[in-house]
Design a protein around this ligand. Structure first.
Ligand code: PLP
Length: 366
């Protein structure tokens, strides 16, 4: 049996008519950059996240970068985050001219270990970015308690966590700002590049609207140095059409995750992802830990199952971040999981037969 890692085509086919109609509307009104379709999506997504404001931008990377710029992060500042994320989390910090300060993650959660946070705070710390990795929120109460005590804003990297919850609160709604990516493979994916910042802070929302549009609030009168970070009209329309389905798509992911969890519980060599007691996980990625990750990957590939690795190299060991003096051994948990994690196929349109087949192949190997 062939099982792809992702199947964007299956989802597109299920909503093609609706999406094509939305795109045609944008074409016929020529609202290509920003405009009414982006504004409509911003209102819908803000309400989905339980936030007052949403600012549509060009990508998840822009969302993180603009959120930090909006908070005034600048050269000489430090921003605390984790080393086991997609590189964009660190890049956003570096693009402000600031230094990422990494702290290690929890062994079961793969998210920021709050016990390590306080000791990483310095007089230069200007923000903290927990990453809701794989679709599960970081331990936000513990992180926010420390951040609040020091008066440091928390920016959530919710790029993998559309619709995830922490003690009933939606990912993105807990910090001063929540950053989302709508890269096509994300739980809510555009048909191109797009991203968004959600916030309850009206002043920050106003500043972000200016920063994403060259620092202007009136055309050609520039109050700030900003960037071209606007969302495309077509992406706004596509995202509006797709947002209606997000909760049900996430529910399918959770069903597949339960199937994997039950079927693989008996495989003693594997560590299966856990839903933390505080979390509602939306399984952007379903990653198991195997002592023989490469062997398992090859066996699955040989039986037609595509897998992924998120991520093979932690950020502090990437060439782009070499020269910071953080070699092997700096962040033991992040380094260990980078060697052991294997992401299994996970998308709403997977069938029970496919998930069951994958589990059988894993049991044959381990
Ligand atoms: C996808 C992702 C980003 C970046 O989003 P883009 O839209 O690709 O720029 C940032 N952080 C995390 C954790 C991501 O998964």
């Amino acid at each position: 049996m062939k099982v792809p890692f992702l199947n964007l085509k299956a989802q597109y086919d299920s909503i093609a008519h609706e999406v094509e109609q939305s795109i045609r509307e944008v074409l016929s009104t020529c609202a290509f950059s920003g405009g009414p379709y982006v504004q409509k999506f911003e209102e819908e997504f803000a309400s989905f996240c339980g936030c007052k404001w949403a600012v549509g931008v060009g990508s998840g990377t822009d969302a993180l970068w603009l959120a930090l710029l909006g908070l005034g992060v600048q050269p000489g500042d430090e921003v605390i985050t984790v080393p086991n994320s997609f590189i964009a989390t660190a890049e956003a910090i570096s693009l402000c001219g600031a230094q990422p300060v990494f702290i290690d993650v929890g062994e079961d959660s793969f998210t920021m270990n709050p016990a390590l946070l306080e000791q990483a705070i310095s007089p230069r710390t200007r923000a903290i970015i927990p990453v809701h990795l794989y679709g599960q929120a970081a331990d936000m109460d513990a992180i926010l308690a420390i951040a609040d005590r020091h008066g440091i804003p928390v920016v959530e990297d919710a790029c993998q966590a559309h619709g995830a919850e922490y003690k009933g609160r939606r990912a993105g709604s807990m910090g001063i700002a929540g950053c989302f990516s709508f890269y096509p493979g994300k739980n809510l994916g555009a048909y191109g590049e797009a991203g968004c910042v959600v916030t309850k802070d009206e002043d920050l929302a106003k500043k972000l609207r200016m920063l994403r549009d060259h620092g202007q609030s009136q055309k050609y009168y520039h109050q700030l140095v900003g960037i071209n970070g606007r969302m495309d009209g077509i992406q706004g329309a596509v995202l509006s059409a797709k947002l209606k389905y997000l909760d049900s798509w996430n529910a399918f992911r959770r069903t597949h995750a339960s199937f994997y969890q039950e079927a693989l519980a008996e495989v003693r060599a594997l560590r299966i992802p856990k839903e933390m007691p505080y979390a509602k996980h939306v399984y952007h990625v379903f990653a198991v830990r195997s002592p023989d990750r490469e062997g398992l990957k090859q066996a699955l590939n040989a039986s037609g199952v595509e897998c992924g690795v998120h991520y093979p190299v932690p950020i502090h060991l990437q060439q782009a971040y070499a020269g910071r003096g953080e070699g092997e051994g700096s962040f033991p948990v992040a380094e260990r999981v980078a060697k052991e994690l294997l992401s299994l196929p996970m998308f709403p349109e997977l069938t029970t037969e496919q998930v069951s087949y994958i589990c059988d192949q894993i049991k044959r190997f381990h």
